[in-house]
Design a protein around this ligand. Structure first.
Ligand SMILES: [Zn+2]
Length: 125
């Protein structure tokens, strides 16, 4: 038995990946937030929303390779936003001390909201 070495590499697979993420989010989001969720959106930029420096990448987490899939509810709009992180930020989320975790979360939320607003603006253009 060899370890699977499949690499998921946005942007090539980002559409397929986004569809998978939305499916997961719909199940999770309804259970978690109920009627607060009006729609779903997935952040598919190349750069990690945590640091805006590194590309989103597969990470090794507890010996398993996986994407750091997360979601955040933008309550003002009722949008559940799914996102992936780079390996560094994902480690930060899962292993951080509470204080650095907070700062990282704030960066992520700010970047996600900005990206979502850019997306909305692009629809109106
Ligand atoms: Zn990052």
């Amino acid at each position: 038995m060899t370890k699977p070495s499949r690499k998921i590499s946005p942007p090539d697979d980002s559409e397929k990946l986004a569809a998978q993420i939305i499916e997961m989010m719909m199940t999770y989001g309804q259970a978690q937030f109920g009627d607060a969720v009006k729609s779903y959106w997935v952040y598919t930029d190349d750069l990690c929303p945590g640091c805006r420096k590194r590309p989103i990448d597969a990470i090794i987490f507890k010996g398993k390779e996986g994407l750091a899939m997360n979601s955040f509810i933008y309550r003002e709009r009722g949008v559940l936003i799914g996102y992936l992180l780079c390996g560094q930020c994902a480690k930060g989320i899962y292993e951080a001390t509470p204080r650095s975790d907070d700062e990282l979360h704030q960066n992520i939320e700010r970047n996600l909201i900005a990206a979502y607003q850019r997306y909305l603006a692009s629809l109106n253009a």
